[in-house]
Design a protein around this ligand. Structure first.
Ligand code: SF4
Ligand code: SF4
Length: 246
C-alpha cells in the first residue's frame, strides 16, 4: 500500500485502521512545509484494510500494481484476494474446519498446523521457514493443497523459494497430517524451534473423536505439559458431511 504524498492531507485517520499498528510515519515536506503520511512498504502486508476503511477523503491511499513476489503479501493477508493455486481466499487453505466434508484427517491421525503471524505482528517467510525446516527434518509431509507449501522450493526440506523469504504476510499456515504416535515428537520440535522465530504463532492439534467421544491427543498434551484449550469448531451450512469414517 502507498500514500500519494501530493494528495495526502496529513490527517492520520487511515493509520488507525492499520492491522499492523502504526507503520505509517508523519512527514513534513522540507520545501512546502506540508504534512503528509508515508507507509513503510517493507512492513506493510498489503491487507488493504486501510483502503477498505474508506476514511481517506483525499483519495491519497492506493495499492500499486505490485509484481511477484510482492503479490504474495495480499494473497495471504487480504481476505478478498483468492489464492491462484487453491482458489481459497485468506490464508488459502480449507484447514480442518471443513474436515467433515474433505475428510483430510482420519482416526489414528493428527492434523498439526502452525498458524504463523497474527494481526499487529505478521510473519516473514524466513521465520515460517524455520518452523517448516524443523518439521521437515522429522520427515513430515506438508499439506500439498496449501499455498504455504507451494511456496517451498522443496517441501522435503521446508526451504522456501529464495525470492519469497523476505516477504511479510499477516498470517500463513503450515499444515501436515501425521500418525498420532508421532505427535509428541513433532510438538517437541515445534517447542524447540519457537525460540528462534521472530513472530508469534499458535499450534493447532486436530483429531477426530474416538467412538466413545474421547479426544485421543489429550493424554499426549498432558504428558508434554502443553497448555491447551479443547475446542470444537463447526462450519454450519457447509452441507452434508461427505467424509465418513470407515
Ligand atoms: S486518510 Fe488520506 S489524507 Fe489522511 S493521512 Fe491517510 S492518506 Fe493522508
Ligand atoms: S495495507 Fe494493511 S498493513 Fe498496509 S498500511 Fe494498510 S492496513 Fe496497514
Amino acid at each position: 500500500m502507498r500514500i500519494d504524498k501530493n494528495k495526502c492531507a496529513g490527517c492520520g485517520q487511515c493509520t488507525e485502521f492499520c492491522t499492523l499498528g502504526n507503520i505509517a510515519a508523519r512527514r513534513r515536506d522540507p520545501h512546502t512545509g506540508k504534512l503528509y503520511y508515508e507507509i513503510d512498504e517493507d512492513e506493510c502486508v498489503d491487507c488493504g484494510v486501510c483502503l477498505r476503511a474508506a476514511v481517506c477523503s483525499a483519495g491519497a491511499l492506493f495499492m500499486p500494481q505490485y509484481e511477484w513476489p510482492r503479490t504474495v503479501r495480499s494473497a495471504f493477508s487480504d481476505p478478498t484476494v483468492e489464492h491462484r493455486e487453491t482458489k481459497v481466499p485468506g490464508r488459502g487453505t480449507e484447514e480442518i474446519k471443513t474436515n467433515e466434508v474433505t475428510g483430510r484427517i482420519r482416526r489414528g491421525f493428527a492434523g498439526i498446523s502452525c498458524e504463523m503471524g497474527r494481526p499487529s505482528v505478521g510473519a516473514r517467510f524466513r521465520d515460517i521457514e524455520k518452523v517448516a525446516v524443523a518439521l521437515a527434518g522429522l520427515g513430515v509431509e506438508f499439506e500439498p493443497n496449501n499455498p504455504c507449501t507451494r511456496l517451498m522450493a522443496d517441501p522435503h526440506t521446508g526451504i522456501y523459494k529464495e525470492e519469497v523469504r523476505n516477504e511479510k504476510v499477516l498470517s500463513a499456515i503450515i499444515e501436515m497430517i501425521v500418525p498420532i504416535e508421532k505427535t509428541a515428537e513433532i510438538l517437541a520440535a515445534i517447542r524447540r524451534v519457537s525460540g528462534e522465530v521472530d513472530c508469534v504463532f499458535c499450534v493447532d492439534l486436530i483429531t477426530v473423536l474416538e467412538e466413545d467421544n474421547t479426544v485421543p491427543t489429550l493424554p499426549i498434551l498432558r504428558e508434554l505439559n502443553w497448555p491447551f484449550r479443547p475446542n470444537g469448531k463447526m462450519n454450519t451450512g457447509l452441507g452434508r458431511p461427505l467424509a465418513k469414517e470407515g
